[in-house]
Design a protein around this ligand. Sequence first.
Ligand code: UD1
Length: 429
Amino acid sequence: MEQLIINGGKRLNGTVSVSGAKNAALAIIPASILCKDVCIIENVPCVNDISVLLDAMIELGVKVNYIDEHTIRIDARKINTIRVNYEHINKIRASYYLLGALLGRFNEAEVALPGGCNIGNRPIDQHIKGFEALGAEVSIEHGMINAKTDKLVGSNIYLDVVSVGATINIVLAAVLAEGLTVIENAAKEPHIVDVANFLNSMGADIKGSGTDTIKIHGVKKLHGTQYMMIPDQIEAGTYMVAGVITGGDVTVTNLIPKHMEAISAKLKEMGVGIEELDEGIRVFMKEPLKSLHVKTLPYPGFPTDMQPQITALLATIKGTSLMTEGVWENRFQYTDELNRMGANIKVEGSTAFITGVNGLTGAEVTSTDLRAGAALVLAGLAAEGQTVINHTDYIDRGYEHIEIKLQKLGANIYRATAAENKKELFKVM
Ligand code: UD1
C-alpha cells in the first residue's frame, strides 16, 4: 500500500499548473462513442479514474490510443457489446455515462447498477426518468439496468433535483433522438457546458448548456472531432487552498477564473489576497484570516467537491466557522481524521461546526474518499511534524502527480510504500 508522507509547516511559493477537468473527461470520453468515427481529446488528466473508464471502453470494443500523456485518440467505429459489467461501474460511478451514450447510439444499453459510496446514497432515478421520457423502456434485473427502445424521441424533462449526472446522461441519450428535447432544472456545472461544446463540435445541436434549460435538437449523425477539454476547477481550488493554508504566495495557472468565482469569493471573505490574471489566480496573505460560513450548492454555488478542503483550512483559522453540506448527506467522515491532527470539528446533521485551533499536528491518517484525501494533504502541509496518509488510491483517482506539483511549490511531500516508510522511520530512530 502506498502512502503520502508530508513534513509540514513549509510555506508554499511559486506557480502550479492545473490539469484537465476529471469530471469533464469522465463524460466527454463516453460521449465520443456516439459517433461511428474517431475523436481526439486533448488535455485529458492523467488520473486513475480515466484509466478505469478507458478499460471499460476497451472492453466494449473501442480502440483507445495515447498520442501523448494528455491526448487520446478514441476510435469507436466498431463496438461489440452494449453491456458494461459491475467490475467497471464498481470502480467508478461515472461509467454510468456509458448508459446514455450506448442508448443514444444503439437504442439499447445494459449497465451494472452503481451502488452507494462513501459520500452518501447515490440514486439514479432522475437518469431513468429522462431515458423513459425519451421513449426507452428501463428495467432493473440482476443488478443491471437495461434501457431499450426502437427509437428515441425528444421530450420535455423536468429534473426534480439538480443533478449533474442526470443532466449529462439525458443529453447523451438525446443528441441523436428524433426532434426536440428540453431539460428543465438542468445542472449548470462547467463540465456540463464542456460536454455540450464537445458534442456540438461533433455536429450535435445543443443550446442553453450552463443555464437551467437545455434544448437539444436531435441530429441524424455525429462525426469525429478534435477537442481540448477545460481545466479542473476543483484541482485549481485545492492548490489555491494549499497556498493559503501554508501562509504562502501561490499562482495557480491554466484555469478559467470564471469557474473559480464561488471559491475566490469565499477566500476573499476570509481575508485572503486574490489577484485574478488572464488564465490564473494568485493567492497571498494580506491580513489575518477570519472564520466563515459556507454552504455547498450546485453550480454556481460553492462546490461540494471543495467542502473538505475548505473545512481543513477553516480548522486552522481563529473563531468558529460553519460548513453546511447542501448536496450530499454524508460527506463529513474525514473530520474525524482532521480531529486526530488536532482540529476541533463537530458535525451535527449536515453542518460541521469548526472551532479554529492554533495549529494542527502531524499524524497517521486515512482518506475515506477523493476530496477527503485532498483535505488531509492540505492539513498535512500546514501541520507541525509528519503526516502519513493512507489510501492514496483515492487521491490518485482525481489528482495528477499531486506530490510532484506540491514539491515544485516547496512542499516536503513524497510517496512511498508502507514498508519503505517503516524502514525510513527506523533509520531516523
Ligand atoms: C455531484 C456534484 C458534482 C460533484 C460530484 C462528486 C452537484 C450538483 N453535483 O455530481 O459537482 O463533482 O457530485 O462529488 O453539486 N440525485 C437524485 N437522483 C438522481 C441523481 C442525483 O436524487 O437520479 C441527487 C443526489 O443524491 C445528490 C444530488 O442529486 O443529492 C446531486 O447529484 P448529482 O449532481 O447527480 O451527482 P454527481 O453527478 O455525482
